[in-house]
Design a protein around this ligand. Structure first.
Ligand SMILES: NC(=O)c1ccc[n+]([C@@H]2O[C@H](COP(=O)([O-])OP(=O)(O)OC[C@H]3O[C@@H](n4cnc5c(N)ncnc54)[C@H](O)[C@@H]3O)[C@@H](O)[C@H]2O)c1
Length: 274
C-alpha cells in the first residue's frame, strides 16, 4: 500500500464547490494532483470560474459542470460527460448542503422537503449515479475509490433550532456507515466515510449566526455576540477554517486512508468530544 497523499491520475468530483468548504476541497484535491470536476448550481458559475482560475494558476487541472444535486437528470448528464472526457471517476465528495435554523413550530412541510432535497436526496443521487463510473476503476486499483459525505457536528449531537438540519446530517452519518459495509460486502473496493465539521467560517455560518442572534439564542443580541458565544463553546476557542476541513477530505480521498471505512471523522476542535 502506498503512503502518499498524492492524487495523481485520479479524477475527483466535488459538489457545491463554487464556495465555502467545497471550494477549499476542490483546490486542495487539485493541488494533490487530481483532475477535479468542480460542480455547483448554475447560478454559482462566476464563483466556480474563480475557483478554476485559482487551480489553473497553480498548475492544477479542473473543469466546471453545472449540477444541482437534487436533480437526477443533472447527475446523469454530468456522469456521461465525465465518462467521455476522463473515462471514469475515483473520488466523490458530496459537499453541497443547505441549512435551516428555525423553531420547529415555524417549520413548514415544504421546508422539510426543501432541506431533504439537497442534504439527503442529493447525496443518494450522487452516490447512485457515480457508482457505475467508480466501480471499474476501483476494481483495477489496489487503493480503490473513495466517497466522502458531508455530515456535521450537528449530525452527531442535537442543537436547539437546528432540528431539521441535524436530522438530515444524522441521516448522512448512517447512510455512510451502511454503504461502507454494503460496498465492502459487494467487493467494490470503494470506501465510504463521513466528515463532521464544527462551525467553519463560511457564508453559510455568517448567514445563520445572524438569524440565531435574532432569535436571542444563548442570550445573544448581535451576530458578533453570537459568534463569540460559539467561539467560547469550542474547546479550541475558535471556528474552523475551510482549509482545515479540506485537509481531512484529502486524507480520506488519498491512499493514506485505505483502511478507513465507515468512519465519522470529526473536524470540530473537540466540540463533539464534550
Ligand atoms: N460551515 C459550517 O460551519 C459547516 C459545519 C458543518 C457542516 N457543514 C457542511 O459542509 C458543507 C459545505 O458547507 P459550507 O459552509 O461551505 O456552505 P456554503 O453555503 O458556504 O456553500 C455551499 C455550496 O453548496 C452549493 N449548493 C447549495 N445547494 C446546492 C444544490 N442543490 N446543488 C448543488 N450545489 C448546491 C451552494 O451554491 C454553495 O456553493 C455543507 O454540507 C454543510 O452542511 C458546514
Amino acid at each position: 500500500m502506498s503512503s502518499t497523499m498524492s492524487l495523481h491520475d485520479r479524477v475527483a468530483l466535488v459538489t457545491g464547490a463554487a464556495d465555502g468548504i467545497g471550494a477549499a476541497v476542490a483546490r486542495t484535491l487539485a493541488a494533490a494532483g487530481a483532475t477535479v470536476v468542480v460542480t455547483d448550481l448554475g447560478s454559482q458559475t462566476a464563483k466556480a470560474e474563480a475557483v478554476l482560475a485559482d487551480i489553473g494558476a497553480r498548475g492544477g487541472r479542473a473543469e466546471f459542470v453545472a449540477l444541482d444535486v437534487g436533480d437526477e437528470r443533472h447527475w446523469q448528464e454530468a456522469m456521461a460527460g465525465i465518462e467521455r472526457r476522463h473515462g471514469g471517476l475515483d473520488v466523490l465528495v458530496n459537499n453541497a448542503g443547505v441549512v435551516l435554523v428555525k423553531p420547529l413550530e415555524e417549520i413548514s412541510l415544504d421546508e422539510l422537503r426543501w432541506i431533504s432535497r439537497t442534504n439527503i436526496e442529493g447525496v443518494f443521487l450522487g452516490i447512485r449515479s457515480a457508482l457505475p463510473l467508480m466501480k471499474p476503476r476501483a476494481a483495477r486499483r489496489d487503493a480503490g475509490g473513495s466517497i466522502v459525505n458531508f455530515s456535521s457536528a450537528m449530525g452527531i449531537k442535537g442543537y436547539p433550532f437546528g432540528s431539521l438540519y441535524s436530522m438530515t446530517k444524522g441521516a448522512i452519518r448512517l447512510l455512510s456507515k451502511s454503504l461502507a459495509l454494503e460496498f465492502a460486502q459487494l467487493g467494490y473496493n470503494i470506501r465510504v466515510n463521513s466528515v463532521h465539521p464544527g462551525l467553519v467560517d463560511t457564508t453559510m455560518v455568517a448567514r445563520e449566526t445572524e438569524k440565531l442572534s435574532q432569535l436571542g439564542v444563548m442570550g445573544t443580541r448581535t451576530p458578533q455576540e453570537m459568534r463569540q458565544a460559539f467561539e467560547r463553546l469550542n474547546p479550541l476557542g475558535r471556528l474552523g477554517s475551510t482549509q482545515e476541513i479540506a485537509n481531512a477530505v484529502l486524507f480520506l480521498a488519498s491512499d493514506l486512508s485505505t483502511f478507513v471505512n465507515g468512519a465519522e471523522m470529526t473536524v470540530d476542535g473537540g466540540e463533539t468530544a464534550q
